[in-house]
Design a binder for this molecule. Structure first.
Ligand SMILES: C[S@@+](CC[C@H](N)C(=O)[O-])C[C@H]1O[C@@H](n2cnc3c(N)ncnc32)[C@H](O)[C@@H]1O
Length: 311
């Protein structure tokens, strides 16, 4: 094996460990790095992948600490997000776990920074907050993360702090001066009204893995149509020739895994009723693979939808 390949495989092994990949995936990478045998990388595993202090960063026995490292095409780590995630998949109405759609949406943002930089970005169902960390990294002018679950919101704010981001409204003096700030807002799709959103005129709306409960779908499409109304149009989103994914009016990018076709069809119908247009842009806008070491992440299962308002 060439020296460069061996180094890359060991890097993948270490990053997979830091990202909290399942043991089977770590072992598969260890075998690959060891040329088929784990014995050859035993020392490396002991030095790098048996640390017991990784989770103590959080001081929470029910949570695990993950470092998600995004590798650029030059094989260098371009960005690292530090996240506290629940060891119980259902905590916070699923919002304290990291889902593949947010990995995909993060790769999409990092692949097309020009689409998101200097834009006001508003996310629905933000969960652990990974997408917000990426938006801040590429230079969005404003990042608003929202969720309708209180414990998810608390965990999200802790994650912003883990990544040295200020939370607007909470440490207002620091946040005012800082470029690295996000707003974390309680927003329930069922409860939110037009007046709650009056101060928000996003250029871009984002969502990862938010289409999964048919009961919530009509509320979700109602919120989307409020946020995407063309009278919310801001200067930056007016059509500009030559710009990647040029737009007229606000646009939503939603990454989703279709686990249940009926639920997805229910979303398509509710969106049509709310005069929203949905385009599946998965193959046209496929993001670069920033997470080659993450064997548990099946990017082929994720669809990317571009949603705009027809009214
Ligand atoms: C499957 S998780 C996805 C979390 C994150 N976007 C990700 O991909 O890792 C769905 C998220 O949507 C939020 N959510 C679900 N129903 C909601 C509702 N009716 N109003 C607001 N947020 C909701 C949940 O609290 C949770 O954070």
């Amino acid at each position: 094996m060439a020296m460069e390949d061996a180094t890359e495989e060991l890097l993948h092994l270490k990053l997979a460990f830091l990202a909290g990949e399942p043991p089977t995936c770590i072992l598969a990478l260890a075998r690959k790095a060891g040329g088929g045998s784990i014995t050859h990388v035993q020392h490396f595993l002991l030095e790098n992948c048996t640390s017991t202090d990784k989770d103590s960063v959080l001081n929470r026995p029910d949570h695990i600490y993950k470092e998600i490292s995004f590798l650029s095409s030059t094989r260098l780590v371009s960005m690292v997000a530090r996240l506290s995630c629940s060891s119980n998949m259902l905590e916070g109405d699923t919002g304290c776990s990291l889902w593949p759609s947010s990995l995909f949406l993060s790769e999409f943002i990092l692949s097309h920074p020009n689409v998101f930089s200097k834009k006001c970005c508003f996310e629905l169902g933000s969960g652990v907050g990974l997408v917000g960390i990426c938006l801040n990294y590429i230079g969005a002018s404003k990042v608003i993360l929202t969720d309708g679950d209180a414990s998810t919101l608390t965990n999200m704010k802790e994650n912003m702090e883990l990544n040295n981001l200020c939370i607007e409204g909470e440490n207002s003096k620091l946040a005012e001066e800082s470029k690295n700030k996000v707003e974390c807002k309680y927003l329930s799709w069922e409860e939110v009204s037009v007046s709650d959103l009056l101060g928000y005129q996003p250029d871009l709306v984002l969502g990862a893995d938010i289409i999964y409960d048919p009961v919530c779908v009509p509320h979700l499409t109602r919120v989307l149509s409020m946020l995407l109304r063309r009278d919310h149009e801001q200067g930056e989103t007016k059509e500009r020739s030559g710009e990647e994914f040029a737009t007229q009016g606000p646009v939503a990018y939603i990454a989703t895994v279709v686990r249940n076709v009926d639920t997805f069809n229910c979303f398509v119908k509710a969106a049509a009723d709310s005069k929203l247009s949905i385009l599946n842009i998965t193959s046209d806008a496929a993001p670069a693979n920033f997470l080659p070491y993450m064997l548990s992440y099946d990017r082929s299962s994720v669809h990317l939808l571009r949603v705009t308002s027809l009214s």
